[in-house]
Design a protein around this ligand. Structure first.
Ligand code: SF4
Length: 173
């Protein structure tokens, strides 16, 4: 979503019924991060089709012996991978300080349709802020999320609001 980093600041949040305890005191990862953020590492690769991108989640040993920074350390790498990184909370435009939650996680969980019937095998779930706040509802929708999405009028573009789109693309972070 938004070039939230450029767009500025805000906060994050907590969860629902299936959500883990307090999110405020834990360190969480953002699951739609940029490769230059603290703690960044890819956890899935874009797959599917142009019209229906789906994240193929990495297995635990997928990145062993692969120095992704050497070839994929630039922002364009989000066209290939989904990255996780340390949640920046108020430094991110999607963070809702008042609710102390990630507003993007909420929009993904409520405004996008589920694309799978079962929880994806995701390596970052124990530290994922979206899951901590929204529970399994967001995981069933997460595989359709790409961090860098083309400009347009689709559901991904809609949830990318309220941040201002770039010239021809929108960043879901
Ligand atoms: S599948 Fe769930 S745990 Fe994994 S990144 Fe998406 S929201 Fe987070």
């Amino acid at each position: 979503m938004a070039s939230s980093r450029e767009a500025g600041a805000r906060s994050r949040s907590e969860g629902q019924a299936t959500v883990a305890s307090t999110t405020t005191t834990r360190i969480h990862d953002c699951p739609s991060a940029q490769p230059d953020m603290a703690g960044a590492r890819p956890f899935g690769v874009l797959a599917g089709s142009v019209d229906a991108v789906r994240i193929a989640f990495f297995k635990r040993d997928a990145m062993q012996n692969f120095d992704w920074r050497q070839r994929f350390g630039t922002p364009e790498a989000t066209q290939v991978f989904r990255f996780a990184a340390r949640c920046e909370k108020s430094a991110c435009g999607h963070y809702d300080d008042a609710a102390d939650k990630c507003s993007l996680a909420s929009r993904v969980a409520t405004a996008l349709p589920p694309v799978t019937d079962a929880l994806p095998p995701c390596l970052i779930r124990p530290s994922c802020r979206w899951h901590a706040e929204q529970g399994s509802a967001v995981c069933l929708r997460c595989p359709q999320v790409t961090t860098m999405i083309p400009a347009g009028q689709g559901p991904l573009q809609s949830i990318a609001a309220p941040t201002e789109p770039h010239t021809d693309e929108v960043l879901l972070r």
